[in-house]
Write a protein that binds this ligand. Sequence first.
Ligand code: HPA
Length: 271
Amino acid sequence: MYRRLKNYVDIIRERTDLVPGAAIVLGSGLGAYGERIRVEAEIPYSRLEGFPVSTVAGHQGRFLFGTVRGVPVVLMQGRVHYYEGYDMQEVVLPVRLMGMLGAHTLLLTNAAGGINLSYEPGDLMMLTDHISSFVPSPLRGANMEELGPRFPDMSQVYDRGLMEKLRGAAQREGIVLREGVYAQMSGPNYETPAEIRMLRTLGADAVGMSTVCEAMAARHMGMRVCGISCITNMAAGILDRPLDHQEVQETADRVKDHFERLVTSFVSSLA
Ligand code: HPA
């Protein structure tokens, strides 16, 4: 696996020598942020042989290398999920690759269901912590010693300094930024009302099908991590109606402007 990662690094280095200060993973419906950056190189995942490719509507599949107000970044337009059938090691491979390309900072974004009853669809939530217990660890199996330790600490996955920068960005842009705990479930089905009550009892504020595994892989290799959920819907059982992917995409589309301003302001503050 490490050799495979090294090989991808070499292929990408033939196309661009940009060293990203920050890596950004764009979640469901949030991929349009790619249009906000000054692009220097575009690398479709299909150029990297054996690279995991997403099949979900609303997910493109490419890396964009470029700058946001002068800050060098690499963006993932489209990510793969555990529910697509990939092993966790494959799901987190792109994040590891971006780390190996030099990104010390990782911003993970996603669409999520709101569990906290004070949330509303369209809210943005900064992750303060997560619950990974319902999906396998991406670190299971032989440890990649080149990347990090066998038993990595997870007592502060989401970096305090980056959280402070996100709060500052939200304030500058006049955007309300919620803060909460995100739980990753395997999907692809949405949760049941009983599962949502369970997650609320366990301390989760939002639920989704991504992000946590990537945050763990990034922490393992020492990256500084932060995350933003776009609350696209209230989680199952809160409102008396079924959930669907279209609602998720429509809400993500509606908050696009807030989301993009928040991310741009945050990334500029990394300079
Ligand atoms: N549950 C899980 N994943 C999600 C949801 C949800 O309610 N909304 C968007 N992604």
